[in-house]
Design a protein around this ligand. Structure first.
Ligand SMILES: Cc1cc2nc3c(=O)[nH]c(=O)nc-3n(C[C@H](O)[C@H](O)[C@H](O)COP(=O)(O)OP(=O)(O)OC[C@H]3O[C@@H](n4cnc5c(N)ncnc54)[C@H](O)[C@@H]3O)c2cc1C
Length: 473
């Protein structure tokens, strides 16, 4: 007896940033009818995030050199409106047994949870800030770097009038430039990476000369406009009266203690891939020494260890927006191939070469702007590490001394770190660094926090609705 031939479900893509949009368009161009889900109201992702309807700053003002690329992503879905189902304002909060749990709001604002089965899934979930706190970081006025940029891009406001950008990574300089152009006073850019690292990384950075030139332009522009740029610094403390920021204390590369007056601080150490959904989908992970985090295992096309699940863009490892577009298209082509459909193999060769070049560039960026080694060693016991559960460094140290956990999930069980609203998205990296330092083990040896649904907070009023499966390819 013949077994029934099951019709494949519509492919599902999570994330409508550069990677997800390119994946959706590639599938649609091949005749499929993908479902594209994003918690944002409009496509664009982080870099090309669109302002709310009614805010009329032109793309040139919002995205600078990237305005044309932003426009292209914003308009890419329109020709396939009848084919791509774009579910906006929809959060994927869990993956279980081949189905996604989604939360969206009805027209009258009621949060509703639905279930969407999948058999092919492209995770293009992007990245978020890597946060390494310093004493005083919980004061109002301290923002993550990405948060500072979103305030500017999506709300048209700054985090202060006199702002310091501190930490490391290329976004420090870009966001300082964007703030200065928008009229804020940038009091300083304080980079923990030594300048010599950038020289060392130069050969790798030449893989993407256009991007390198843009970076040089931002630093030259800031210098010409009198913004102090310091590298090789140590960030010491955020100071100020109750409930405010008035200065950042730091040590320069010659060991001199310095202080910069400010009323806002953008803090960040590069980006960290959003990998919780890949984890919940059952993908295997490996520790990446360069990124200093765990990333889903994947082949060059984005196939993970789970059949039918692909990763693309920053969610698979930080490589930037151009790389994300190429990876989104590549993952979609892999999906088509895996469904037995014909694809343009010459295009695959072009994409593979491009992606490999972006990867070399990205590796050089991590060399230029590494996560500061030894960050965990001088932290005061009193510093809050986990804001959700108000857990201090001292609590973690005492837990390690008393119970000798050597693995992060054990530390979580003992101390509640990573159990709060953010589920470790904010504190997980810092907690791993502290545990590694306290136990004298490499950070790769202490595992990663196991994600628990919901991966982002849900309104308590969320009600379950009917299963919303799709059955046509
Ligand atoms: C805050 C921030 C600011 C940045 N600014 C710049 C910049 O100015 N210049 C630059 O070159 N690079 C910037 N980057 C990096 C750049 O955004 C990325 O390299 C690029 O956008 C990666 O594209 P992507 O498609 O992989 O992911 P993203 O553009 O991050 O898109 C991911 C999308 O997935 C959605 N998503 C994630 N999880 C879920 C979920 N569970 N449910 C539903 N939707 C979900 C998100 O809403 C988002 O729209 C920034 C990154 C961040 C985090």
């Amino acid at each position: 007896m013949n077994s029934p031939v099951s019709t494949p479900l519509r492919p599902v893509i999570i994330g409508a940033g550069p990677a997800g949009v390119r994946a959706a368009v590639t599938l649609a161009a091949a005749g499929l009818r993908p479902i594209l889900i994003d918690e944002a109201a409009r496509p664009g992702g982080q870099i090309y995030r669109q302002p709310p309807a009614g805010m009329t700053r032109p793309p040139e003002a919002l995205y600078g050199f990237e305005a044309a690329k932003a426009r292209a992503i914003h308009t890419a879905l329109a020709p396939y409106a009848g084919q791509i189902e774009h579910r906006t304002d929809t959060l994927v909060w869990n993956i279980e047994r081949g189905a996604l749990d989604l939360m969206h709001r009805t027209a009258d604002g009621q949060p509703v949870s639905t279930v969407l089965p999948y058999d092919s899934l492209i995770l293009a979930t992007g990245a978020t800030d890597r946060i390494l706190p310093l004493p005083g970081w919980t004061r109002p006025g301290v923002y993550t770097l990405g948060g500072a940029q979103i305030a500017l891009k999506a709300q048209g406001c700054g985090i202060g009038q006199r702002v310091v950008f501190a930490g490391t990574g290329p976004l420090l300089y870009l966001i300082a430039y964007q703030y200065a152009k928008a009229g804020a006073t940038v009091a300083a850019v304080l980079d923990t990476a030594p300048f010599a690292n950038r020289i060392r990384a130069l050969p790798g950075l030449l893989n993407c000369p256009d991007t390198l030139l843009k970076g040089l332009y931002y630093t030259a522009w800031l210098t010409l406009h009198g913004v102090p740029l310091h590298s090789g610094v140590i960030l010491r403390e955020v100071a100020g009266p109750e409930g405010a920021v008035s200065a950042l204390h730091w040590r320069d590369s010659h060991g001199q203690d310095r202080e910069t007056a400010c009323d806002g601080i953008g803090l960040g150490y590069g980006l960290r891939s959003e990998t919780q959904l890949a984890d919940l989908a059952g993908c295997s992970f490996s520790f990446n020494d360069l990124h200093r985090v765990w990333l889903p295992d994947r082949d060059a096309a984005g196939r993970t260890s789970v059949t039918g699940v692909y990763v693309a863009g920053d969610g698979a490892g930080i490589a930037g927006a151009d790389a994300a577009e190429a990876a989104g298209e590549r993952a979609a082509l892999a999906l088509l191939q895996d469904r037995g459909l014909s694809v343009d193999t010459a295009r695959i060769t072009v994409l593979d070469r491009r992606i490999a070049r972006f990867r070399r560039f990205s590796a050089a960026l991590w060399t230029a702007f590494p996560v500061p080694a030894g960050w965990a060693q001088d932290l005061p016991d009193s510093m809050t590490l986990c804001r959700c559960e108000e857990i201090t460094v001292g609590t973690l140290r005492r837990t390690v001394q008393a119970d000798a956990p050597t693995e992060l999930n054990r530390l979580k069980a003992l101390s509640r770190i990573g159990m709060g609203r953010c589920q470790g998205r904010m504190c997980g990296v810092a907690a791993a660094e502290v545990l590694a330092h306290e136990t004298g083990r490499p950070v790769s040896a202490i595992a990663r926090l196991r994600p628990q649904p919901p991966i982002k907070p849900l309104p308590a009023a969320t009600i379950p609705a009917d299963t919303a499966g799709e059955a046509t390819p």
